[in-house]
Design a binder for this molecule. Structure first.
Ligand code: DGT
Ligand code: CA
Ligand code: CA
Ligand code: ZN
Length: 576
């Protein structure tokens, strides 16, 4: 049986590889796959087990896409995709992440210069070969060189965005947990610390039968190349070259192993020093006084035996957490259970929204929210935005639903676009018709740092603006964020009382945890949002909270941890 996400993953990959093959992301076949993805995402029912005729009924799904969905269901594979994968291996596909390298250019680089991966591209850039090709030139060559450096895409520095790893690591851990003798399997390392990029995957496995784990793991379909197979450690590479390290430990040593393999290295070193200061020894096997084990079964016991508060994984970066946990105490971090609502939330009033208003309301109630602000796109956003009349009709629908669901307060909001010079959608009076607004950058990503800073300062002077959405506009590992003077922006946020969003979409995680931590130190409020465009996106609140914890965000500074009256009082105060 294939799940909806298997089908979507297959079609997304087909679209990507077909764009390379056709030399254009606009090619008819590519659009067909993309439309099918949108249709499947928006389709309410199960897809597994549907007949071809039923599949074609789904909006966007055509004849040939339906065949592929059926082939996947029947055989677990799609022949067309296998062929494309052979023609375009992962190292070549990775080149598409470089801005300025479209499918057409990549085809030419391959045929003219034999470029197959980042390494050969970097060599060609260094040898100044790109500038000789039609349509490129010196300027684009420099731009490409800069992008390679900024994205850290070459050589051993290659890091994978968390969004591409988290689901895979969790699914791996789940399957390992089913192996006989396994008590627990936990993704550790940078994944558990919720770092936005991952070097490799570390999974700690507590088991009474370590002999069974290695063999079972190496039979998993994701294993492309075995790197090592020892008694307690199994390592392999996946098809995209991601390394996975699996370590087995005895169940009574799980705590010390989790602690060690979660890291970070800097945190471990600080802990080990603390142990030494007390005449103890800390290793992945436990905390020892001479031969005697003082603690090893849980992380909490080990922290306690070291005379300190337990440190949540998200804080373990060796940046002051060991000192704080030993002395004045860790800050009162925001928790998922503190969150009362979501203030960046789309319906299909937005062109890129995938679920209806009613579905999004039901989902919000299901999540336990006391309130949500529908922040559909303002009119300046091409295709996705709404005119004033459309917005007013939308408000009527929201008010109507609000009266039908007493358990939740529905706010009429907007995601305003910050224009090139900080201008916003609609006229100033109309903007005040909204109950709440988040303002975000969706264009002009390559202005200078000064221009970006001025632009944001201008936008947040507007009394209708209550938060700045996804501050830098980055997509982790795909698009670098805009450059701006963070100190100046935070100062202005503190002064105006506008909140800084932490966008929980895994490919965004924006503002960054570093900026969030700075925001705490200058008294800026934070709002943790999902930016949901579909009922499935609500899970992003968990991600946003974990990422906020990484930025040491405290509950008292989080806008959407406040009751709705207090939230609306803040909006009113800013407008008066
Ligand atoms: P990554 O994979 O680059 O995203 O980052 P991590 O933190 O997952 O690092 P990794 O995979 O090299 O190692 C996993 C954990 O193992 C790391 O967070 C801490 C621990 N570890 C690795 N090497 C050392 C070391 O030399 N000393 C200590 N104390 N701990 C280490
Ligand atoms: Ca790792
Ligand atoms: Ca590792
Ligand atoms: Zn949005």
């Amino acid at each position: 049986m294939t799940t909806r996400s298997d089908q979507i993953r297959m079609l997304v990959e087909l679209a990507r590889l077909t764009a390379l093959d056709e030399g254009s992301p606009q090619a008819f076949k590519v659009r067909a796959y993309e439309n099918a993805v949108a249709g499947i995402e928006g389709h309410p029912g199960e897809l597994s087990g549907l007949t071809k005729a039923e599949l074609i009924e789904i909006k966007g799904v055509g004849n040939s896409t339906a065949d592929k969905i059926l082939e996947l269901e029947a055989t677990g594979k799609v022949t067309k995709l296998e062929t494309l994968r052979e023609m375009y291996p992962p190292a070549f596909v990775a080149l598409t992440k470089i801005p300025g390298l479209g499918p057409k250019t990549l085809k030419m680089l391959r045929s003219e210069l034999g470029i197959e991966d980042i390494e050969s591209l970097k060599d060609a850039v260094d040898a100044e070969q790109l500038r000789e090709l039609p349509g490129l030139g010196e300027k684009s060559e420099q731009k490409i060189a800069k992008a390679i450096d900024r994205l850290g895409l070459h050589g051993k520095d290659r890091r994978t965005p968390l969004v591409e790893v988290l689901g895979f690591a969790n699914s791996l851990a789940q399957r390992i947990a089913e192996i006989e003798g396994v008590v627990e399997a936990v993704p550790c390392g940078s994944i558990r610390r919720f770092s936005e990029t991952i070097g490799d995957v570390d999974i700690v496995v507590a088991t009474t039968n370590p002999g069974l784990v290695g063999e079972a793991v190496l039979a998993f379909p994701e294993v492309t190349e075995v790197v090592g197979a020892g008694e307690t450690k199994t390592s392999f590479l996946t098809r995209v070259g991601l390394q996975v390290d699996i370590r087995t430990v005895r169940p009574d040593q799980l705590g010390s192993a989790l602690l060690y393999f979660t890291g970070s290295k800097a945190h471990n070193i600080a802990l080990r020093q603390k142990a030494i200061d007390r005449g103890l020894l800390l290793s992945e096997y436990g905390l020892f006084k001479d031969e005697e084990v003082l603690a090893s079964e849980t992380e909490d016991e080990i922290y306690e035996a070291l005379g300190m508060q337990a440190v949540p994984p998200m804080l373990r970066e060796g940046s002051g957490e060991v000192e704080a946990a030993s002395d004045e105490g860790l800050p009162n971090l925001i928790e998922r259970s503190d969150i009362k609502g979501d203030l960046h939330y789309h319906s299909d009033r937005s062109g890129d929204g995938r679920s209806s208003l009613a579905e999004m309301v039901e989902a919000a109630i299901g999540a336990g929210w006391e309130y949500v602000a529908f922040t559909d796109h303002g009119e300046d956003l091409a295709i996705n935005g709404s005119t004033p009349d459309q917005m007013l009709a939308h408000r009527n629908q929201i008010r109507d639903l609000d009266s039908r669901y007493p358990e939740i307060s529905l706010l009429f909001g907007c995601e305003l676009n910050i224009g090139r010079d900080g201008e916003l959608d609609y006229d100033p009076d109309f903007r005040l018709e909204f109950d709440y607004c988040v303002a975000s950058i969706h264009s002009h990503f390559d202005l200078s740092s000064d221009q970006q800073t001025t632009r944001i300062l201008a936008a947040l002077q507007d009394p209708a603006v209550n938060a700045i959405g996804h501050l830098t506009g980055r997509y982790v590992g795909r698009r670098p964020g805009v450059e701006l003077d963070v100190g100046v922006v935070l100062e202005a946020l503190a002064l105006t009382g506008v909140a800084l969003e932490i966008n929980g979409a895994l490919d965004r995680l924006d503002a960054t945890s570093e900026v969030a931590r700075q925001a705490m130190s200058v008294g800026v409020d934070v709002v943790i949002d999902t930016d949901s465009h579909h009922t499935r996106d609500l899970v992003r609140m968990d991600y946003g909270v974990r990422y906020a914890q990484r930025g040491w965000v405290t509950a008292n500074r989080v806008l959407n941890a406040r009751p709705v009256d207090q939230l609306l009082a803040g909006v009113a105060a800013r407008r008066s």
